[in-house]
Design a binder for this molecule. Structure first.
Ligand code: MLT
Ligand code: MN
Ligand code: ZN
Length: 306
């Protein structure tokens, strides 16, 4: 199985277009040791081959495809290495890219939960808009943990787990979460049984998520904020990380404590990193702490082979 990270940043990307926070300003000025990152998306395949599952469709999808020859048209006049799209939620940073795929020559195979389908039909009706172009061939992601697979991407099995996080602001249940607003996804190589757990928006610990993380060979999880009050402390916003569905890395009950409890052999990678997060600076003490704990930070172009 291969996971290719297309975009490792949270919504806004890094640097963010209108942001002069310490990280963004230093990145623009060439004074930060680190990489720019586009918005949150990965693609996954089981057996080596031309077709991939795109997991989340970021507003940066066109730049991500340009940077990824495997996703480009290689076989026909109109063609793509994207066999299907799976969404982990209906947030802007994970769904806007669907509009950029409107030239598809067939209805876009789209896997999402019922609440996400509803949000993208009503609150932010991009599926209705897409209906005037390629349209979608919608498949419901089961929430009971049963496995599903995408046609054309052999050797790969997926399973979803409802997460406590947040629906998009245009969702009628933004403040009253329902199962399926956000999911974690386990990708399993059907030949080797090896697996990756992916959850870019993970707000709270739970036994079910803990079990999914423990049984995966690699976890690719919420790296949005280092501290819960990061946006407030830097004067960038008024909301805590937890209140928008992102468990911070540091502190008691934080992501690092959790990752420490996983088996030693588990590969631990943070993804969906907000531009305010000090771990983007490779010379920061926070990044050194990740190194000490054996935790990696995803980057655009990173390949995970299992
Ligand atoms: C989130 O992950 O909390 C959202 O994507 C924020 C956003 O809309 O950019
Ligand atoms: Mn996001
Ligand atoms: Zn910034």
């Amino acid at each position: 199985m291969r996971v290719h990270v297309l975009g490792a940043a949270a919504g806004g990307g890094f640097p963010q277009w209108n942001c002069n926070c310490g990280n963004c300003a230093r990145m623009r000025a060439g004074r930060l040791k680190g990489r720019p990152r586009t918005q949150s998306s990965i693609c996954v395949q089981g057996l080596p081959g031309p077709d991939w599952v795109l997991v989340n469709a970021s507003p940066d999808i066109l730049a991500q495809i340009k940077a990824t020859p495997a996703l480009q048209p290689n076989r026909a006049l109109r063609d793509s290495g994207i066999a299907a799209v799976v969404l982990s939620d209906g947030q802007v940073d994970h769904s806007t890219g669907l509009l950029m795929l409107r030239e598809s020559t067939r209805p876009l195979p789209l896997w999402c939960t019922d609440p996400v389908h509803e949000d993208l039909t009503r609150g932010n009706p991009i599926l209705g808009v897409l209906g005037h172009f390629c349209g979608v061939e919608r498949h419901a992601v089961p929430l009971d943990g049963s496995a599903f697979a995408v046609e054309g991407v052999p050797g790969l099995r997926m399973a979803a787990l409802p997460l406590a996080s947040k629906a998009a602001p245009y969702s009628p249940h933004r403040e009253h979460p329902v199962p399926g607003d956000n999911i974690g996804l386990t990708f399993t190589d059907t030949a080797s049984g090896r697996s990756v757990f992916y959850a870019p928006g993970l707000g709270e610990r739970s036994e079910a998520v803990d079990a999914a993380m423990r049984s995966a060979d690699c976890v690719l999880v919420d790296g949005t904020f280092w501290t819960d009050d990061e946006m407030i402390a830097q004067g960038l916003g008024r909301k805590t990380g937890r209140s928008i569905g992102h468990l911070p890395q540091s502190g008691r009950g934080g992501m690092l404590e959790w990752l420490d409890e996983l088996p030693r052999a588990t590969r631990k990678v943070l993804i969906h990193v907000n531009n305010s997060n000090p771990i983007l600076d490779e010379e920061s003490r926070e990044r050194a702490e990740l190194d000490r704990r054996g935790v990696e930070v995803a980057w655009d172009g990173m390949e995970i082979e299992l």
